[in-house]
Design a protein around this ligand. Structure first.
Ligand SMILES: [Zn+2]
Ligand SMILES: [Zn+2]
Length: 321
């Protein structure tokens, strides 16, 4: 890239006539910073053509992120994201920047789901801070309409299965994602009971990253986390409860999570669960990760109409309330 910049500065210094002469006499390559590749780009661009170099570059880039047609179609059906973080908890960006990035993706809504109080390592929101956040979201929504920031939380599922926020506040939120973040190595019976209690809670709308696995390590501000195995639980009981209580199973698109694993995703789909394909974005660029989840949804036979974030905001809010 630097080579092109140097060449561009040199070429920029030439008059049109000088450039025509250089091209006509095939002497571009003698100029500082201009080699055969750059010279070919300059000649084609000067003729008003798209340089072959650029065409090849674009083709190679497209190959790096192939989205099959059915996956692309699935993704295009998503109207929003139900799991995102801002700098109020452990995200890196203000709420407005997250919302603007979601708008740029063509989304109609984004649930803002910062962490709950007990997740102190992630700067979880106390009831007071969450109240303050609700006011700010209300103001932002007036400005950003018709785009809508749905109020929400990623609430910790406590060890006893209760949720880590006041009942009153949970009742006021549009979207409640409930996730296990502690005691991930508990025995299957305890973990199942804990998850079942949270799924049955009338405030819970989405069960976040259900196995808690990390398929690759990751760096966080409080140190490096190594890959970790899935939590153990009775999947049939958990997904059965999700169907019974109308709790969507999250398909978490973060590259280090990709949770649930495909065998569990297939099982949940066969059992008739609803799903939310979420990014769990902690930065605006990460809102682009839904393709990962869509890829897995297609592979595991998930019907787009069972994915609650393909629904309009009205239908979604009807469902969550
Ligand atoms: Zn989480
Ligand atoms: Zn999260």
């Amino acid at each position: 890239m630097q080579a092109f910049r140097t060449a561009a500065t040199v070429i920029d210094g030439l008059s049109d006539d000088q450039l025509d002469l250089k091209i006509g006499t095939n002497t571009l390559e003698g100029l500082k910073g201009v080699g055969p590749t750059t010279a070919a780009v300059v000649v084609q661009a000067h003729k008003g053509q798209v340089p072959d170099y650029l065409t090849t570059l674009e083709a190679n880039l497209a190959e790096l992120v192939p989205l099959a047609d059915d996956v692309a179609e699935f993704r295009a059906a998503l109207k929003g994201d139900l799991h995102t973080h801002s700098d109020w908890s452990d995200g890196g960006s203000p709420i407005r920047e997250m919302a603007e990035a979601a708008m740029a993706l063509g989304h109609e809504y984004m649930a803002l789901t910062d962490h709950s109080p007990r997740l102190t390592v992630a700067n979880g929101l106390s009831p007071e801070r969450l109240e303050k956040q609700l006011d700010i979201v209300a103001t932002l929504n007036e400005e950003l309409a018709p785009f809508r920031i749905l109020t929400g939380i990623e609430v910790d599922i406590n060890v006893d299965g209760s949720l880590d926020q006041t009942d009153e506040l949970l009742g006021r939120l549009d979207v409640v994602v409930a996730s296990v973040h502690s005691d991930l190595r508990a025995d299957a019976a305890s973990m199942t009971a804990r998850m079942l209690a949270a799924i049955a809670d009338p405030h819970t709308d989405v069960l976040g990253h259900c196995t808690g696995r990390l398929v690759i390590g990751r760096r966080q501000r409080n140190g490096t986390q190594r890959p970790r195995p899935e939590s153990q639980f009775d999947a049939e009981a958990v997904f059965g409860a999700c169907v019974q209580f109308g709790t969507a199973v999250e398909i978490n698109s973060r590259p280090e999570r990709l949770d649930p694993p495909k065998r569990l995703l297939r099982q949940a789909a066969e059992m008739g669960c609803e799903f939310a394909i979420d990014t769990d974005a902690h930065a605006p660029g990460q809102l682009d990760w839904q393709g990962n989840g869509c890829q897995r949804a297609v592979e595991c036979g998930v019907d787009p109409d069972r994915v609650v974030n393909t629904w309009s905001a009205e239908r979604l809010l009807d469902w969550t309330s």
